[in-house]
Design a protein around this ligand. Structure first.
Ligand code: EPZ
Length: 429
């Protein structure tokens, strides 16, 4: 393996914990809004200018995928200019396998070219990550689906708008809703998606598509209506702030008993998280366009169940578990969205947390002080939970394989250092 690649894979964060975080942190643009919006630029041959795109390995990767499809992509200081004058409808395994989220190129390719052939994304560490609901939506629009040799193909003479139900085993599907909504923008007639995902990232995508000339209403509700149009044109758009990043820094502030201002965080996207933090003894107060986070005295145990939006987000479950490990009493965390999203439990135990898994729930016996140790990152949000625990623990914590973190957190070590944390990026020994 080339030296540079090995270095990238084997980087770690070295954290000396016990320092309360203080100051301001600027929240970056939302990764989970940016990725489908970047894919949506494939729906037109005209240039799209997308501002506030976070500089992450996932967004850089999506830019590579768009280029492999024939688009030209310029990515400068958070502004992405995409022009997909001519695109081919084929994305190969080498590219797609590294990021499941790349499945969201399928809807735009099917909408624009009436055909798409994408490598099946496969699962990841938090679950099987099936795409049956995406394919159900494409078939409802009139596409013929074939799966062969690890690739899924969709092709249609034309796409015809229809009413459809996209609810699945865990409720709605975020990228499934995004994919079908994008394909439906260029279908003949009206598509109604029932049991659509209501996440703010879906609303942001719908706003971008409407700026491109699409006719979408109801985004943010469980029923989205798309009236097909002949063509879409280029558009300019600013991506919403990342509510999951904001929640992560809010929890880090509470875990270290500090006081942090989240610049640009939107309270209206964080209602369930703010509600649970308040219940756990943490204040989240509006300060103009920002949010101020600090403890209101002793941390308290609480129970949380992850649900589709506007319920408590699964992407904040691991980070909340680190906070509950510090709160005296029993907290029960139930994961209802993914089948195996407790990879952080055994690593948190290495820092002294007392957590037992009972089926879909983790029972956290909180209140014992944490002490630093080397731990292993496994997936994006689990890694964030380990950083939070390391910041609160006494002594040194080394979080290995932080390439997981770099996928979804822009300059996390620099942002934390600015808040007073003793954290540095080192090569794993
Ligand atoms: C999006 O993934 C996010 N990723 C995930 O964030 C997030 O955890 C997830 O939504 C849930 O909020 C991006 O937006 C890039 P789903 P997505 O389809 O769309 C089942 C992060 O950390 N399902 O809403 O792939 C699925 O198995 C990432 O930033 C089907 O059964 O998630 C899961 O149990 C991790 N069939 C549930 O639905 C399908 O066809 C929710 O998945 C699709 C999904």
């Amino acid at each position: 393996m080339p030296e540079a690649r090995l270095k990238f894979l084997m980087e770690s964060f070295l954290i000396k914990g016990g320092v309360p975080l203080h100051g301001e942190v600027t929240i970056s643009g939302s990764k989970n809004a940016a990725l489908p919006i970047m894919a949506a630029a494939l729906l037109t041959g005209e240039p799209c200018i997308i501002r506030g795109v976070p500089d992450l390995s996932d967004t850089r990767f999506m830019a590579q995928i768009l280029e492999s499809l024939g688009a030209t992509v310029k990515f400068e200081r958070g502004t992405l200019t995409v022009r997909a004058q001519k695109v081919r409808g084929y994305a190969d395994y080498e590219l797609v396998r590294k990021m499941r989220g790349s499945i969201c190129i399928m809807g735009p390719l099917l909408g624009r070219l009436k055909k798409a052939r994408v490598s099946l994304p496969g699962g990841c560490i938090i679950g099987a990550r099936p795409i049956n609901l995406h394919l159900k939506g494409f078939e409802a629009l009139g596409a013929k689906i074939t799966i062969e040799g690890g690739y899924v193909s969709a092709a249609a003479r034309q796409l015809t708008g229809v009413p459809m139900f996209l609810g699945g085993r865990a409720g709605s599907t975020v990228l499934g809703t995004a994919n079908v909504m994008m394909a439906a923008t260029l279908a003949e007639g009206v598509t109604v998606i029932e049991s659509a995902a209501c996440e703010p990232e879906v609303v942001d995508l719908a706003n971008f598509l409407n700026a491109m000339g699409a006719k979408i209403s109801g985004a943010g509700s469980p029923t989205i209506t798309i009236t097909g149009v002949k063509k879409l044109h280029g558009a300019k758009h600013e991506v919403i702030p990342d509510r999951i990043e904001a929640a992560t820094y809010a929890i880090a502030a509470a875990a270290t008993n500090g006081e942090v201002t989240l610049k640009g965080a939107r309270a209206e996207h964080l209602r369930a998280v703010i509600d649970k933090l308040n219940e756990s003894g943490v204040a989240v107060e509006r300060r103009g366009a920002n949010l101020l986070v600090h403890r209101k005295g002793q941390l308290k145990s609480a129970d949380v169940t992850t649900l589709p939006y506007s319920g408590f987000p699964t992407d904040v479950q691991a980070q909340m578990m680190s906070l509950f490990a510090l709160a005296p009493g029993i907290s029960i965390i139930t994961e209802r969205i993914f089948e195996s999203r407790f990879m952080h439990v055994s690593e948190l135990a290495r820092l002294g947390a007392d957590i037992e898994i009972e089926g879909p729930s983790a029972i956290v016996k909180g209140g014992r002080p944490l002490s630093g140790a080397p731990v292993m990152a496994s997936d994006l949000r689990a890694s964030a939970a380990l950083v939070i625990a390391g910041l609160a623990a006494k002594g040194a914590t080394q979080v290995n394989r932080i390439y997981h973190l770099d996928r979804g957190y822009e300059s996390m070590d620099a942002k934390l250092r600015k808040l007073g944390a003793r954290i540095e990026r080192v090569e794993e020994k």
